[in-house]
Write a protein that binds this ligand. Structure first.
Ligand SMILES: NC(=O)c1ccc[n+]([C@@H]2O[C@H](COP(=O)([O-])OP(=O)(O)OC[C@H]3O[C@@H](n4cnc5c(N)ncnc54)[C@H](OP(=O)(O)O)[C@@H]3O)[C@@H](O)[C@H]2O)c1
Length: 318
């Protein structure tokens, strides 16, 4: 049996759907069933139910967006540090392997290869950098799993959310046997408040930047595939290969949804942060060579985006 923690969330419901599709026996629990931030109750629960693998998709993300984490710091630390740390120690005690949904937003920027040298560029909104990205995409590469996260409490500035997620990774690395699956900006064909493709359509003005993205079902399939193939434990960037600008995403929306919407973009970071955001936002490119080398498949980001838009299921208006 697989134990699923956080199945009521956006990512958790996708894990539940995929486990049902694979006909895997699993047990979903909520905070009401057992407080997984407390070691003894969790240990007793694991002893009783004996899962052979645990998936943790619970965490504190902030609603409607990560700015809420700036105002709910205790909940953020409990959900993103204390919770995975407790799960790690309880699972290690009972030798149960498990996987934690982490995030790519502990990084900011991308690597740029110029004159045979690689440098980290953190300002992907810089017009010269953007020109390079658009004209020479092969010169851009992403952060690999061994790169030290650079958008954290240890490397400020960062959002409180990103800082907490990086601390969560630190708290569980090397404790027992676990996967750290790094997700980045989830999207799919199901219109809704949590879907990046819906968010881009609903913003009054769009923030243009460069990012790696994760198709939600591709992400959960890849995470479960890593476990089913018994790939080595450790950190994996689980994004669709490649990167894309928000302007390119908007153009795909216009093309495939025949949207008449004329997208407006924030002029620059200054305007965006003054009017629409509180905490600094991470924009980053992740390298996925490690997961692809295990044989686990991920579609290129353009293909996953086109497929989602071709199969778009608009949210029913109440
Ligand atoms: N969505 C994204 O854009 C994104 C991107 C990268 C990474 N992630 C990571 O993916 C994971 C899932 O995110 P999501 O978008 O699915 O979030 P979500 O929709 O907000 O769901 C969060 C889940 O966590 C549970 N939870 C929160 N605090 C908890 C606690 N202290 N103890 C036990 N359960 C707790 C919630 O349970 P209740 O319903 O009972 O509160 C809910 O099931 C998080 O770790 C997040 O950091 C998300």
């Amino acid at each position: 049996m697989i134990l699923l923690i956080g199945a009521s969330g956006y990512i958790g419901e996708a894990f539940a759907k995929e486990l049902r599709r694979r006909k895997k026996e699993f047990l979903s629990i909520t905070q009401r069933d057992v407080d997984c931030t407390r070691f003894i109750p969790l240990l007793e629960f694991l002893k009783r139910t004996k899962p052979k693998f645990v998936v943790n998709c619970a965490g504190y993300t902030g609603k409607p967006n990560v700015d809420a984490c700036e105002d709910h710091k205790a909940e953020t630390i409990i959900g993103n540090v204390l919770l995975p740390q407790t799960i790690a120690h309880a699972c290690a005690t009972l030798k149960i392997p498990w996987g934690q949904v982490s995030t790519g937003c502990i990084y900011n920027g991308a690597k740029i290869i110029e004159n045979n040298k690689t440098r980290i560029e953190t300002n992907l909104a810089n017009p010269e950098v953007r020109k390079l990205i658009e004209e020479w995409p092969a010169k851009i590469s992403g952060f690999v799993e061994t790169d030290e996260p650079n958008f954290t409490f240890r490397h400020p500035p960062c959002s409180f959310y990103s800082g907490s997620k990086a601390l969560g990774e630190e708290a569980i690395l090397g404790v027992g046997e676990n996967y750290l699956w790094r997700l980045r900006i989830p999207f799919d064909e199901f219109d809704g408040a949590r879907n990046y493709l819906s968010k881009v359509q609903r913003y009054a003005k769009v923030y243009d930047n460069v990012n790696s993205l994760s198709h939600r079902a591709d992400f959960v399939c890849a995470c479960l595939d890593l476990w089913e193939r018994r790939a080595p434990f450790g950190i994996y960037n689980v994004t669709n290969p490649g990167f894309i600008t928000t302007r390119q995403v908007a153009a795909l929306i216009v093309k495939f949804l025949k949207s008449k919407r004329k997208f407006e973009f924030w002029e620059n970071d200054e305007e965006f942060y003054k009017a629409a955001a509180k905490a600094p936002r991470s924009n980053c490119v992740l390298d996925v060579s490690k997961i692809l080398a295990t044989g686990v498949k991920m579609r290129p980001v353009e293909e996953a985006l086109e497929d989602s838009l071709k199969n778009w299921k608009p949210e029913k208006k109440s």
